[in-house]
Design a protein around this ligand. Structure first.
Ligand code: ADP
Ligand code: ZN
Length: 720
C-alpha cells in the first residue's frame, strides 16, 4: 500500500504530496484525512494522507507512525480544502490546518486533552458479600452504568475492593467539559410573515437565499424553524454568527429549542472545550453547530442547511493570516457538495455584494419588512454636534442627557455606543506637537485610564504614561480623541445617579465576563450599557428604549471604500436594539456630519435608498461589487528592499494582465507592524483570463525568498 502524504516544508511556504509506503502493521488503520509522521530528509514531518494506492513501490520510504487514530478530515472537507486553495492561492496544507481545532495541532498530543470519568458496571458475583456490599450491588439493578460521581457517599476503598473481587467492573468514560441543559421550551407560533418566508424557501429548489429582514423581524426564529425541518430529515445544520454576537443569549435561545443537540464553538471556550465540542460533532452526538467563521469546517455529515447570520459582517472574511478565505463563499461551496443543501444569508443590512447578487437573481431574495407583530422601528433623531459645542457637556448633547435621565426615571434602560475603546485615541504634546507612537508599529498609542498606560492595539506594546513630554520635557501632554473609558468618566460626572456598565474588548477579555455583563444588565442592575460595536449586535433586552450613539463619525472617517457601508450597518444594528418589546424605542445619533447620506438613510431606516446611492459611487470609482479587488502585500524587515521588489512585481504584472488596473505600490494602511514593513498594490478587474496562472507564477518566484514575503488577499476588507 502506498499513501500520498501532504507535508509542509517548514517556513518555505511549500506544500507537496509525497508517496510513502505503508508498513503492513499500519495498513488497517490508514485512512484518507488522518495525520501521520513521515521521514523527510533528516527531519520527521507531520502530514495529511490525501490519497491511497494499492500498488507497491520499492523505492519509497515508509510512514513512521499514525498520529490520529480517529479520522480527522472527511472526504468532503478534503475536497473543500482543495477548493479553498484554488480560491485563495494559499498552500493546501494551510487550508487543511485552518479546519482543525487548535488542540489537535498542538505538539502534545490528543490524549492529554481528554478528560475521563470512572464508571462502574456489574461483573460476576463469586462469593458471599457483606450487607454494605449487597447494598451497592443492588444499586445496579436500577441503573446499568453508574459513574463514580453518583456514588459520592460510598468510599473509594469499598469500590476498589469490589473491583478487585471482579464484582464491579470499572471503566473510563470520556467526560466533556461543557454541559447542556435540556430545558426545552415551547416555541412561538410563527407569525404569518415568518411562515410565508419559510414556505417560500421550502417550495423553491434554489440553493442560496438572502433573507433581508429588519432588526427584530424574527429572523432567528426562522433559522430555528428551518433547522428543525432539516433535522427531521435526518440531516445536520451549521449556523455561523459573527464572533461578537455569539453571546450567551444567542446560544441559550438555541439550547432552549434543541437542547444538547447543539455544539457551540466560540472564543470564550478554552481550547480543550473547543476540542470536546469538535469531537461531539465528529461522533454525531450533536447535529447543529453554532459558531464563528471556522465552525463552517465542522465534521458534520449529510449537511442540510448552512445559516449565516449578519452576513454583512467583516468577521466572515479572514484578513489577518493565510488562507484569506471568505466564509460566505466557502459556505456556498460546501453546500454544493451536499445534495439538497441550502444556504441562508440573513441580515438587516446585507452587504452590497450579496444584495447585488440577489437583485440579479443569483441568490433568491426573501424579505421581512416589518418587526414581529408590527412593532414600529425606533424613531431616530440626529443631533448636529457642530451646533452643540457651547451647550454640550463633555461629549453629551443636552438632548441626549435629558433622554437618558428620562429613561432612568422610568426604570427603562439605555445602550450607548462609541466605537473606540480606551480613554483617548492618542496622547499629544501641546507645546511641541509630539505624538506618542508604538516603537514597533506605525500607529499611535491609546491611553487607558484604568491601567494608566499607553497601549498599542496592534502588537500589545504598553508603556506607563509619563508626566513630561519625552521630547520637550514640558508638562503639556494631553489626551486627544475619546474612547469608552472617557465616556464612562463623563457619565459619572454629568449623570451621577446612573449605574453604568462598560462592555468592550478590555472588560470582556476574562472568561465569563461577557456573560456576566449581559446577565447583570438584563437583571436591571444597571441603567446604561456603554460599549464599542460589541453592544450593537445580537442583543435583545426588553427594557432598552433608548440607544445613543456618542459619535457616528468614528467609522465614517476611516479611509476605506467600505466606510459608508460599515457605518450604515453599525448604526442600523445598534438602533435595532431599541424598543424590541412592548415599549416604543428611540435612537439619538450625535454627529458632525448630519448631512451625510448614510446618516440620513439610517434615520429613515432606508436600506434600499442607501444601496442605490452607494452602488452609484462604487460604479463610478470602480469598486466592488462592480469590480473585483486583490490586495498584494509585500512585507519584510528592510523597507527599501520591499519597495524595490514591489516595483518589480508591478512591472511584470502590468505586462501579463491586460485587463487589470494596478494601483501602487504604496505603504499599507499601517506601514509597520511588529517591525515588519508593509507595502501593497491593489488590483482591480472585472474579468481577467490568465489571472490565476500569472499570480501563481509570481507567488512561486517568491516562495524561497528570505527577504520579502508576498501575500495575496482576494476581496480584502482592509488594505494592510
Ligand atoms: P431578528 O433576529 O430579526 O433581530 P429575533 O428573531 O431576535 O429578530 O426576534 C425579535 C424578537 O421577537 C425576539 O424577542 C423574539 O423572541 C420575538 N419573536 C420572534 N418571533 C416571534 C413570534 N413568532 N411570536 C412572538 N415573538 C416572536
Ligand atoms: Zn505596536
Amino acid at each position: 500500500m502506498i499513501a500520498g502524504v501532504l507535508v509542509e516544508l517548514s517556513n518555505k511556504n511549500i506544500d507537496k504530496v509525497f508517496d510513502y509506503s505503508v508498513p503492513s502493521n499500519l495498513e488497517k488503520e490508514i485512512k484518507l484525512g488522518i495525520r501521520v509522521l513521515v521521514p523527510f530528509g533528516r527531519q520527521k514531518l507531520e502530514g495529511f494522507i490525501v490519497r491511497i494506492k494499492d500498488k507497491t513501490e520499492i523505492d519509497t520510504k515508509s510512514i513512521i507512525s499514525i498520529i490520529d487514530h480517529e479520522h480527522i478530515l472527511n472526504n468532503e472537507l478534503l475536497t473543500l480544502g482543495k477548493i479553498m486553495q484554488e480560491k485563495t492561492l494559499s498552500t493546501l496544507i494551510s487550508c487543511y490546518q485552518i479546519m482543525l481545532p487548535k488542540a489537535l495541532k498542538a505538539k502534545k498530543k490528543v490524549q492529554i486533552n481528554k478528560k475521563y470519568d470512572t464508571v462502574y458496571r456489574l461483573g460476576k458475583i463469586t462469593e458471599k458479600l457483606n450487607s454494605k456490599q449487597e447494598e451497592i450491588v443492588n444499586l445496579f439493578k436500577k441503573q446499568e452504568i453508574i459513574s463514580k460521581k453518583e456514588l459520592t457517599n460510598i468510599s473509594n476503598t469499598r469500590l476498589t475492593t469490589l473491583v478487585d473481587k471482579g464484582v464491579l467492573i470499572a471503566e473510563k468514560k470520556e467526560h466533556y467539559r461543557l454541559e447542556y441543559q435540556d430545558t426545552l421550551i415551547e416555541k412561538y407560533p410563527l407569525t404569518e410573515k415568518q411562515q410565508q418566508v419559510i414556505n417560500e424557501i421550502n417550495s423553491s429548489h434554489d440553493q442560496i437565499y438572502l433573507l433581508h429582514g429588519v432588526t427584530g423581524s424574527g429572523k432567528t426564529e426562522i433559522y430555528m424553524e428551518l433547522i428543525d425541518q432539516v433535522l427531521k430529515e435526518g440531516k445536520t445544520a451549521i449556523v455561523l454568527v459573527p464572533e461578537i454576537s455569539l453571546t450567551p443569549q444567542m446560544i441559550s435561545r438555541f439550547t432552549k429549542r434543541f437542547g444538547h443537540n447543539i455544539a457551540a464553538i466560540h472564543s470564550a471556550l478554552s481550547e480543550g472545550e473547543k476540542y470536546d465540542e469538535w469531537r461531539r460533532i465528529d461522533r454525531k452526538e450533536a447535529s447543529i453547530v453554532i459558531g464563528a467563521r471556522s465552525a463552517l469546517f465542522s465534521p458534520v455529515d449529510n449537511l442540510g442547511i448552512i445559516i449565516i447570520d449578519e452576513e454583512h459582517s467583516d468577521t466572515y472574511k479572514q484578513d489577518d493570516y493565510n488562507p484569506k478565505y471568505d466564509a460566505r463563499e466557502m459556505a456556498i461551496e460546501r453546500c454544493k457538495l451536499n445534495p439538497g443543501c441550502k444556504v441562508v444569508l440573513g441580515s438587516a443590512t446585507p452587504s452590497l455584494e450579496s444584495f447585488a447578487r440577489a437583485r440579479k437573481e443569483v441568490y433568491h431574495l426573501v424579505n421581512l419588512t416589518e418587526r414581529v407583530n408590527k412593532k414600529p422601528l425606533p424613531k431616530v433623531e440626529i443631533i448636529d454636534m457642530n451646533k452643540k459645542i457651547r451647550t454640550s457637556k463633555g461629549h453629551f448633547s443636552q438632548e441626549l442627557i435629558e433622554q437618558i435621565n428620562k429613561r432612568i426615571e422610568k426604570n427603562e434602560q439605555v445602550i450607548l455606543l462609541l466605537n473606540r475603546r480606551g480613554y483617548s485615541s492618542f496622547i499629544s504634546c501641546k507645546n511641541c506637537g509630539y505624538v506618542a507612537k508604538c516603537p514597533n508599529c506605525d500607529i499611535t498609542l491609546t491611553y487607558h485610564l484604568s491601567s494608566n498606560n499607553l497601549r498599542c492595539h496592534y502588537c500589545g506594546y504598553a508603556s506607563l504614561k509619563k508626566e513630561l513630554c519625552p521630547k520637550c520635557q514640558e508638562k503639556s501632554l494631553s489626551a486627544i480623541g475619546v474612547g469608552t473609558e472617557k465616556i464612562e468618566e463623563e457619565l459619572s460626572q454629568y449623570i451621577p445617579q446612573a449605574k453604568v456598565i462598560r462592555m468592550d474588548f478590555d472588560t470582556t477579555s476574562k472568561k465569563g465576563a461577557h456573560e456576566k455583563i449581559i446577565s447583570s444588565f438584563k437583571e436591571k442592575k444597571y441603567n446604561i450599557l456603554l460599549g464599542t460595536q460589541i453592544v450593537a449586535k445580537g442583543l435583545d433586552f426588553e427594557d432598552v428604549t433608548l440607544v445613543g450613539v456618542i459619535n457616528a463619525d468614528t467609522s465614517l472617517n476611516i479611509p476605506n471604500f467600505r466606510s459608508s457601508e460599515v457605518t450604515f450597518s453599525l448604526l442600523s444594528q445598534v438602533a435595532g436594539r431599541s424598543g424590541r418589546s412592548s415599549k416604543i424605542g428611540e435612537v439619538i445619533i450625535q454627529t458632525f456630519n448630519p448631512d451625510h447620506y448614510v446618516i440620513d438613510d439610517v434615520k429613515k431606516h432606508d436600506y434600499l435608498g442607501f444601496y442605490e446611492k452607494e452602488m452609484m459611487l462604487r460604479k463610478k470609482l470602480k469598486y466592488p461589487p462592480y469590480y473585483f479587488l486583490i490586495y498584494i502585500r509585500i512585507s519584510g524587515k528592510d523597507s527599501n528592499i520591499c519597495y524595490k521588489e514591489a516595483l518589480k512585481i508591478k512591472k511584470s504584472l502590468v505586462k501579463y494582465l491586460d485587463n487589470t488596473t494596478i494601483l501602487g505600490p504604496s505603504a499599507s494602511a499601517i506601514f509597520k507592524i511588529k517591525n515588519i514593513y508593509r507595502y501593497g498594490m491593489i488590483l482591480k478587474y472585472k474579468k481577467q483570463n490568465n489571472l490565476e496562472e500569472v499570480l501563481n507564477k509570481m507567488l512561486s518566484a517568491y516562495k524561497s525568498n528570505r527577504k520579502v514575503k508576498v501575500d495575496l488577499n482576494f476581496n480584502p476588507r482592509y488594505f494592510s
